[in-house]
Write a protein that binds this ligand. Structure first.
Ligand code: CO
Length: 462
């Protein structure tokens, strides 16, 4: 079984609200490049937003640096189907253009999923990615629990993903809800049903992830996601070194060298110490917490909720908000909790508690989800509840993007004064004002795009 290293994306997204900077990554990259990971997850998810909003980094420049410094690694990213990396559905021409630019800047593996697991929302991204010969298309199926989420549900989803063009499947357990035996059974069933590799993505939140990976390995798992130990455990992933050691000299041997991994560990331990000292890393998130199995809240969402409540001076409401989450989720048609549905449900749960009355205040995004604008929810929404939330607005029953006119040209026009590279329109499309603020700072501070990175276009690694 091979490993995908997540320290450059999901591990810091889950533990330090996605604040690892490229200059903090750089010293480790030459060594990461030599380890022999199946792939290194390093882009997408919340990293793009965080680069623009908090880190004053151009996400595209980051990708080009990673490509240059990791020439022997397959780079992997997380992509939310028709949502791309933003928080609404985008037009098909924008999604296609984004996928083209991702390939042109050197990405190897694009992991695509839809928060509601509505496969119609993956069609455009998959067909665009299939046209880029250098891209491996992985379809991720969000794991969640609930009456309809039987093994058959996931097997059916896996087959559907294979049929619409997936090169591999990932069972994506963002909320750490998998238990070891369920994992074994599920991986076994999925492996039997499809003829493409299967990967497991699970978090350590509830303390079960290493056991899940072990049972998955025994059931024929091809790849698993882990994180180097300094940013592992808690709401992050299983420590890479532990899995390497556990599987040594077994049929599932990862083939990785523990001595080299120990060198990486000592580098990232210095960063960990810094994050603990500057408060970015909250030790609360490192404790195993099996209540995740009750609240069904993913790692990234736990750390975001806590920081949102801190900002509002309502930290003491954390427990109450966590208990409200499953109630809001039920009202919303039992969506798996993963970006953006996790933010939408999480924010609505927080509003319900902070305002003291449920649905007294409703976010625009929650209203849109209830309207069907994000796609089909796993369970139909109660019409009475829908009416209460959306009023006289028209419910959406088709593929949501069918209602969106092409918008790329218009967006290009709107931000043309600020464009320093063609990719800038994709920052503007997804992050609007935040992107403009970034462009302004980029111009004022005169931090320019380094053209040497732009030239290093496609690196065929696969
Ligand atoms: Co994750």
């Amino acid at each position: 079984m091979k490993l995908t290293e997540t320290i450059l994306r999901d591990a810091h997204q889950s533990l330090i609200a996605t604040r690892m900077r490229i200059d903090e990554m750089l010293p480790a990259l030459p060594l990461i490049d030599q380890i022999g990971f199946h792939s290194v997850e390093c882009w997408g998810g919340a990293t793009y937003d965080s680069c623009l909003r908090f880190l004053h980094e151009d996400p595209w420049e980051r990708l080009r640096i990673l490509r240059r410094e990791l020439p022997h690694c397959k780079l992997q990213m997380l992509f939310r189907g028709q949502n791309m990396l933003g928080y609404r559905h985008y037009s098909d021409d924008t999604v296609t253009y984004f996928v083209q630019k991702i390939a042109a800047n050197g990405m190897d593996i694009i992991r695509i999923f839809d928060a509601l697991n509505d496969m119609r929302n993956l069609e455009t991204a998959i067909s665009a990615a299939k046209k880029e010969k250098s891209l491996h298309v992985q379809v991720a199926i969000p794991f969640t629990t609930g009456e309809i989420f039987t093994d058959d549900y996931f097997v059916k989803s896996a087959k559907e993903a294979e049929n619409i063009g997936a090169d591999s499947i990932c069972l994506k357990d963002m909320a750490a809800l998998l238990t070891p035996y369920r994992t074994g059974n599920l991986i076994h069933a999925i492996k039997k049903a499809v003829n493409i590799p299967v990967q497991l993505h699970t978090h350590s939140t509830s303390g079960l992830s290493a056991m899940c990976i072990l049972k998955g390995a025994e059931a024929g798992l091809d790849y698993a996601d882990t994180a180097l130990s300094p940013l592992a455990l808690g709401t992050s992933h299983t420590p890479t070194e532990s899995i390497v050691a556990a599987l040594q000299d077994t049929p599932y041997d990862t083939g990785l060298d523990l001595k080299k991994l120990a060198q990486l560990r000592s580098y990232f331990m210095k960063l960990r110490k810094k994050y603990l000292e500057n408060g970015l890393l909250d030790p609360k998130l490192l404790a195993a917490d099996a209540s995740a199995l009750l609240y069904q809240v993913p790692g990234g969402m736990l750390s975001n909720l806590l920081s949102q409540l801190k900002q509002a001076g309502k930290e003491e409401k954390f427990e109450e908000v966590l208990q409200e989450v499953p109630r809001v989720r039920k009202d919303a048609g039992e969506p798996p909790l993963v970006t953006p549905s996790s933010q939408i449900v999480g924010t609505q749960a927080a509003l319900n508690i902070i305002s003291g009355e449920r649905y007294k205040m409703v976010t625009k995004e929650f209203r849109e989800m209830i309207r069907g604008a994000y796609g089909r929810t796993p369970i139909p929404i109660d019409p009475e509840f829908q009416k209460k939330i959306i009023g006289d607005a028209t419910p959406v029953i088709c593929r949501p993007a069918d209602l969106i006119e092409p918008e790329l040209k218009k967006l290009q026009k709107e931000c043309s004064d600020w464009m320093e590279q063609p990719e800038d329109v994709l920052s503007y499309a997804q992050f609007g004002q935040t992107a403009l603020q970034f462009f302004r700072e980029r111009r004022d501070k005169k931090f320019k795009i380094d053209s040497t990175y732009q030239e290093s276009k496609i690196h065929p690694v696969l």
